[in-house]
Design a binder for this molecule. Structure first.
Ligand code: SF4
Ligand code: SF4
Length: 385
């Protein structure tokens, strides 16, 4: 029997895609070159050609409730080869930004954070929290006593933890709400497409799929197949491992402080400090080169406020962390405390705003890759080896 599918375009969605990162989406004439050249597009249900037409038709749900937009690593191979200069890589990137806003909770907060004009207020939130909690409790002292420079004399470790731990917990709660809805939606889309999967999600199988995609993520197995931006894959890995290194260092010092009551500053001969320094340097170099890469490709690739925020935030965390240490070693008290304060503002932003910024890619892409594995979609990497 012949069926009719009624297309219901979301005009606001088309407008917003074209206003931000996907202004060239309508240039696409569906030649499929992009899907052919994409080094990681699967044989069945390939991307990004189908996303290009769905975006220009305003099929918001079809796009945002699907795992596929998250399987793209924005390498740019498709944009380079597109005969119409429709920039499919940028459209995919914009669709991921839209998905982050779609799944953000609470939504007004996401909208607030996505507006460049609100940046001063976004930065003021941690400043106000530090001051309003720190000054009355005495945990923040703008005129620390003593000749030795000790971060905790200026900004108590208690104040760091009182603000940062709830900020991280808040981010975790918000992203968990979004992920729950996202999994529900992508599962619903897979069922609608007639995938041979059970209607109810099998959590045990989902967890097993998650574990099995972790090596892929750590090795950037998909990203490193891209040709146009091979260097970006390496820099991404550099930033990722430096974050893991810094997380390890912070955890060790947390235990040293609260379990063994061993207060900093710690000696430069301490092996954990070596890891901190190597990770910090890798973070600055990796994120700095990623920023340079974006600048050098600004004719071919659209970089939005969303992209720049993450790039500069990561770079800023690295630079202020390293500058704080250098200033302390040089005995520059005011510079040390100032850069440390800025460093903590940026660290807060990276935690608390994670569900609403490009940082959320880490979570949504991991979930999408996990679900694709769960649903038995074959990416068959051996095919490319
Ligand atoms: S985005 Fe470009 S390469 Fe892809 S289908 Fe459209 S015109 Fe062809
Ligand atoms: S940007 Fe790269 S990974 Fe994404 S669709 Fe294009 S070619 Fe594929």
């Amino acid at each position: 029997m012949k069926t009719t599918n009624l297309i219901e375009p979301d005009l606001d969605f088309i407008r917003s895609v074209m206003e931000t990162g996907g202004q060239d989406v309508k240039k696409c004439y569906q030649c499929a070159t992009c899907s052919t050249v994409c080094p990681i597009s699967p044989e069945l249900k390939p991307f990004p050609r189908k996303e290009m037409i769905a975006a220009s038709w305003g099929l918001k749900k079809q796009l945002l409730h699907d795992a596929d937009i998250w399987l793209c690593h924005n390498c740019g191979d498709c944009s380079t080869e597109c005969p119409r200069d429709a920039k499919p890589a940028d459209v995919m990137s914009e669709l991921r930004r839209q998905a982050i806003i779609e799944y953000a909770w609470p939504k007004p907060f996401a909208t607030f954070l996505s507006e460049p004009k609100n940046l001063p207020w976004v930065l003021m939130i941690p400043v106000l929290l530090f001051i309003l909690i720190g000054l009355p409790t005495g945990l923040l002292d703008f005129t620390p006593e003593g000749t030795q420079i000790v971060h905790a004399h200026f900004f108590s470790t208690w104040l760091v933890d009182i603000v940062m731990i709830p900020a991280a917990a808040w981010a975790f709660l918000c992203i968990a709400v979004g992920v729950k809805r996202f999994v529900h939606d992508i599962h619903g889309t897979a069922l609608l497409e007639g995938k041979t999967i059970q209607k109810t999600l099998i959590m045990k199988k989902l967890y097993a799929s998650f574990i099995s995609v972790l090596p892929e993520i750590f090795k950037h197995q998909r990203f490193s197949r891209c040709e146009e931006n091979q260097e970006r894959s390496t820099l991404h890995m550099m930033v990722m491992f430096s974050y893991i290194g810094l997380f390890f260092v912070t955890s060790v010092f947390f235990v040293a402080l609260y379990v063994f009551h061993n207060h900093g500053p710690y000696s430069q001969m301490n092996p954990v400090k070596w890891i901190a320094n190597v990770s910090g340097a890798a973070l600055i170099i990796g994120s700095g080169l990623l920023i340079r890469d974006r600048f050098s490709k600004r004719q071919q690739q659209i970089s939005t406020y969303f992209d720049w925020c993450l790039a500069w935030l990561v770079f800023g965390i690295g630079v202020t962390g390293m500058a704080t240490q250098m200033a302390r070693l040089m005995g520059l008290a005011v510079t040390t405390y100032t850069t440390y304060f800025i460093h903590l503002i940026l660290v807060f932003c990276s935690f608390a705003y994670l569900p609403y910024t490009k940082f959320a890619h880490i979570v949504f892409r991991t979930v999408a890759m996990t679900y694709v594995k769960y649903a038995g979609r074959n990416f068959n990497f051996d095919h490319y080896d």
